[in-house]
Design a protein around this ligand. Structure first.
Ligand code: HSE
Length: 445
């Protein structure tokens, strides 16, 4: 029998992830101890209500409502309460008492990450957060460690399972947004209030975390451009499919050179976008997540898996716990968060990408040439154009003129040039309406 020193583990929160962490730690404690070279003793679980019903039976004697006293007695504190306060206070208390911290709290890291990392640095403590983005998917450690010798150019992820479930259902079943959301709610993917998911707030927090790591630069969540996906229509999804694309809510973090100033910086953005059906991210169905990373030397990499779920996310938490415990056993200082590059964080105006515009126009001589002229006047080059003319029977009633639908895909253009083009096109007499404007992302493999 190996005589292990026991490391004392405190767990804050016993919700869907926390209760699974407690279960797995109690069930697999011996195996984890063998991997670490020290026992991992769960010394307490701080909860709001010790009598609340939980998914997992946690021994009554471990439950406490006194988180601060529990924290003082721990070598490693696992924070899975979520929210900003009191989670932030507890994490700072843990760091200041010399404990390492494992957290899955994306909202807290995306808003107060630099403060927490600075506090940890000051005392040589370590903050682990694999569960904060992408659930079970290993993406934090690959960005922080495996790719530490490379230069990441771009991170493009499907990092919200609820919205991927909805968009996938709209694509595969032809469902409306409302119906797909109702199914997501029924299956427990979407919360009663789905705002954080469908408006892209959850994905924006994850984008801030991924961008900060990938580019060694603090990217606050306020700097992430965010557009939700509630405006995506069944017609857009169907048209995308016909054109060889799929609509996904993407979190994109990229290193770029600002076209106006020539300065290098980073941009992080979350919005619905078209990607080729042949792109690896197009194959991410249901509520799954995936992160596609492009690095200078490594080339293209993709990390895929469950982005949520109690047991799945607990896997990421326990991986962090093992890392933290190994560091305790081996000793030595923690690795500080690397923000050495300190690149400027640009807004969406610096982005250059391709666009798909769908316009309904009156079908009469010269219209196509005039619309094409507006693109050219604003320096936006057309890559492909498809015109569908409404048949006389279907498209005309009474005195209404015949209309045509133009689907225009542009070459790369700046957001500013595209916005000016859309404004000019909307104001043109022959344009009945601008049906949709979507960004087109990812190289077509
Ligand atoms: N609500 C998130 C999602 C999971 O749907 O992916 C937690 O980040």
């Amino acid at each position: 029998m190996i005589d292990y020193r026991n490391l004392r583990i405190a767990l804050l929160g016993a919700g869907s992830v926390g209760s699974q962490v407690a279960r797995l730690l109690l069930e697999h404690g011996d195996e984890l101890a063998a991997r670490v070279g020290a026992g991992l003793e769960l010394v307490g679980v701080a909860v709001r209500d010790v009598d609340a019903k939980r998914d997992v039976d946690i021994p009554r004697e471990l439950l406490t409502t006194d988180a601060l006293t529990l924290i003082q007695s721990a070598d490693i504190v696992i924070e899975l309460m979520g929210g900003i306060e009191p989670a932030k206070e507890y994490i700072l208390a843990a760091i200041n008492s010399g404990a390492d911290v494992v957290t899955g709290n994306k909202a807290l890291l995306a808003t107060h990450g630099p403060e927490l990392f600075a506090a940890a640095d000051q005392v040589g403590a370590q903050l682990y957060y694999e569960a904060a983005a992408g659930g079970a998917i290993p993406i934090i450690r690959p960005l922080r460690d495996s790719l530490a010798g490379d230069r990441v150019k771009r991170v493009m992820g499907i990092v919200n399972g609820t919205t991927n479930f909805i968009l996938d259902r709209m694509d595969v079943q032809g469902d409306s947004f409302e119906n797909a959301l109702a199914v997501a709610t029924e299956l427990g993917y979407a919360e009663a209030d789905p705002t954080a998911d469908v408006e892209g707030y959850d994905a924006a927090q994850k984008a801030a975390i991924l961008a900060s790591l990938a580019f060694h630069t603090a990217v606050p969540v306020e700097a992430v451009h965010r557009e939700g996906m509630t405006t995506v229509t069944a017609a857009q999804v169907e048209a995308a499919e016909k054109a060889g694309f799929v609509v996904k809510l993407l979190a994109i973090c990229e290193r770029l050179t600002d076209p106006a100033t020539g300065v290098e910086g980073v941009v992080a953005r979350v919005h619905p976008a078209l990607i080729s059906r042949r792109h690896p991210l197009a194959a991410v169905h249901d509520a799954k997540n995936a992160v596609f990373v492009q690095a200078e030397a490594a080339g293209d990499l993709m990390f895929y898996g469950a982005g949520a779920g109690g047991t799945e996310t607990a896997s990421a938490v326990l991986g962090d716990l093992v890392s933290a415990a190994r560091r305790h056993v081996a000793g030595g200082p923690g690795v500080g968060e690397s923000v050495h590059a300190n690149l400027p964080v640009f807004d969406i105006g610096s982005v250059t990408t391709r666009y798909q515009l769908t316009l309904v126009v009156t079908d009469k001589p010269g219209v196509l040439a005039q619309i094409a002229g507006l693109f050219s006047e604003h320096g936006v080059s057309v890559e492909a154009l498809q015109q569908t003319v409404a048949s006389a029977a279907a498209g005309r009633s009474g005195d209404q003129p015949l209309t045509a639908t133009l689907v225009i895909i542009t070459h790369e253009a700046t957001e500013a040039a595209l916005a000016a083009t859309v404004a000019a096109v909307s104001a043109h007499d022959a344009v009945v309406r601008v049906e949709s404007v979507l960004r087109v992302e990812g190289d077509t493999p």
